[in-house]
Design a protein around this ligand. Structure first.
Ligand code: BDR
Ligand code: CA
Length: 302
């Protein structure tokens, strides 16, 4: 039995790697990819999602979504992911087109067609907030959300905020208050599971997929000399290997204004919500297992 998933994404180099791992995982059935403005503008994130789907010759629909956050002005992360969002590999010009539906319409139709689906957002949550506002009936068909974003230990955009939540904090608040189980795959784990220099170099020796990923990752302006955080890939690793993570249930509140805008405040001590929780937060990860899994999976791809 495969697990049906939908990815909402803003490729973005680590998003491209997450799509690569999801598309090629025999345990997963990727039904739809929707794109959102984030790392770069939505025309580029849509094109980049199409490039990855086309690279693997798959017939997975890609829909274009929100051009900007709900309220906050849009700020990209081209300084991290390059002007195109996916530099370092030539995907050619022939990579198809998005389907003729908005992301919200495509999400609605794809989710309602299933009894149960897992939503995997790896960009800001604008499309998802719009979906829940317009079509609340989809919620009962979503088993859980496994989302990259947030942190209970400091940010990468400001001292308090992680990029995906910082980009659209109002959307993040809607998602966290939707009443759907959420696994928060945030900086608390993604900054621990660096893809090491050795793993990155080895990719180029494996096959064309490895060369493609090596090309992208060596153009990725995130991380240190020791390695690169492949934030979004951790969502797929979690889906396949939850045993590699330590999690803690808590309530997550999202700050939508002021100096901590975009901060995900984890009620670690249960001080404010009468013991209720709205998220399972990943707090630790087996980084060696992540590197091993990544390289072994890519080695199996063509
Ligand atoms: C997140 O921000 C983006 O730049 C990455 O693609 C990832 O989703 C990490 O903070
Ligand atoms: Ca992303």
């Amino acid at each position: 039995m495969t697990t049906k998933i939908i990815m909402d994404t803003d490729p973005g180099i680590d998003d491209a790697a997450a799509l690569t791992m999801a598309i090629n995982a025999p345990e997963l059935d990727l039904k739809l990819v929707t794109a959102v403005a984030g790392n770069v503008t939505v025309d580029k994130t849509t094109a980049n999602a199409l490039k990855i789907v086309h690279f693997f010759g798959k017939d997975i629909p890609v829909a274009a979504g929100a051009e900007q956050p709900l309220i906050k002005p849009f700020e990209d992360a081209a300084r991290v992911h390059g002007e195109s969002g996916m530099p370092g590999y030539d995907f050619g010009e022939d990579y198809g087109k998005p389907i003729d539906k908005t992301a919200v319409e495509a999400l609605h139709d794809a989710i309602m067609a299933e009894d149960e689906v897992i939503l995997v957002p790896t960009g800001s949550y604008t499309n998802i907030a719009l979906l829940f506002s317009q079509y609340p009936e989809v919620k009962s068909h979503i088993k859980k959300i496994v989302a990259m974003g947030g942190s209970i230990s400091g940010g990468n955009m400001t001292s308090a905020a992680e990029f995906n939540v910082f980009t659209d904090p109002d959307a993040a608040r809607i998602m966290y208050n939707a009443g759907i189980p959420i696994v928060m795959v945030g900086l608390d784990v993604t900054l621990k599971a660096l893809l090491t220099k050795d793993t990155i170099a080895k990719l180029a020796t494996l096959n064309e997929t490895g060369k493609m990923l090596n090309g992208l990752i060596t153009h990725y302006n995130d991380g240190t000399d020791e390695g690169r955080p492949m934030h979004d890939v951790n969502t797929i690793f979690y889906l396949l290997h939850p045993e590699a993570f330590t999690t803690k249930k808590m309530w997550i509140d999202v700050q939508t204004e002021g100096p901590a805008i975009g901060c995900t405040v984890g009620d670690v001590r249960g001080a404010y919500h009468d013991g209720k929780t709205n998220a399972e937060v990943c707090v630790d990860i087996d980084a060696d297992a992540f590197n091993k899994w990544f390289i072994e999976r890519v080695a199996e791809m063509d």
